[in-house]
Design a protein around this ligand. Structure first.
Ligand code: GRF
Length: 221
């Protein structure tokens, strides 16, 4: 497999740490990012929060934090590409450099991926590559794994398959339900996302094939 040329580019620190967070729901991960920007964990500004749903609870969290919100309902555009073009326009207008998907329930076309190469992050509540897609907690329980967790990764055109930036694990208990497992993982999500964003913003990393490699630590985490 020939790696994409972009993957050879060494990412350097970008002093303009303007983020967008994209949501569709309650926004607890958005909240963890807001909280991290308010203490020393994350040196960044959340320039805008975008939701494809007007009823997303996370919009209120953003408003309370004084962050601009935007509702772009995907049903208002004729195609995925048109919708993505609208999002790209809004992000570029605000000079956003990094996009964090936090429970955003839409897949992107190449329009978005090409406008922001290696600059879109997603959080998924399983230890990828195990249990991508919908209902990861249910999938984990049905499979009988003893450990699960969270993955923050770069977004590529393959669902939940981009280079892994951070993972954190939790035990799976014999009497877990999808809800109890989700709650245990969520605690780790709220640590993992600010950590991953901070790593990406610090620069000094590259994508090597499917691996996210930090050259500064050479630890490959
Ligand atoms: C989280 O479990 C996240 O990993 C997944 O969607 C959920 C969003 O939760 N992608 P919240 O809206 O951040 O509370």
């Amino acid at each position: 497999m020939t790696p994409d040329p972009i993957s050879k580019i060494e990412m350097t620190p970008d002093p303009n740490h303007r983020l967008a967070v994209l949501i569709s729901g309650r926004g607890t991960n958005l909240q963890s990012l807001i909280d991290a920007t308010r203490d020393t964990r994350l040196d960044a500004t959340i320039a805008v929060v975008i939701s494809n749903r007007a009823d997303a609870g996370g919009l209120e969290r953003a408003r309370r934090a004084g962050i601009e919100t935007l509702v772009l309902d995907h049903r208002g555009w004729p195609s995925r590409e048109d919708y993505d073009r609208a999002i790209v326009r809004e992000l570029q207008a605000r000079d956003v450099r990094l996009i964090c998907l936090a429970g955003f329930m839409r897949r992107f076309s190449d329009v978005m991926l090409e406008a922001f190469p290696n600059a879109i992050l997603n959080i998924h509540p399983s230890l990828l590559p195990a249990f991508p897609g919908l209902h990861p907690h249910q999938q984990a329980l049905e499979h009988g794994v003893k450990v699960s967790g969270v993955t923050v990764h770069l977004v590529t055109s393959d669902l939940d398959a981009g280079p892994i930036i951070v993972q954190r694990s939790v035990p799976v208990h014999a009497d877990d339900t999808p809800d109890t497992l989700a709650a245990r993982i969520l605690v780790e999500e709220h640590k993992a996302y600010p950590e991953a964003v901070s790593i990406v913003l610090a620069g000094g990393w590259r994508v090597d094939g499917r691996r996210f490699v930090r050259s500064t630590t050479d630890a490959g985490v």
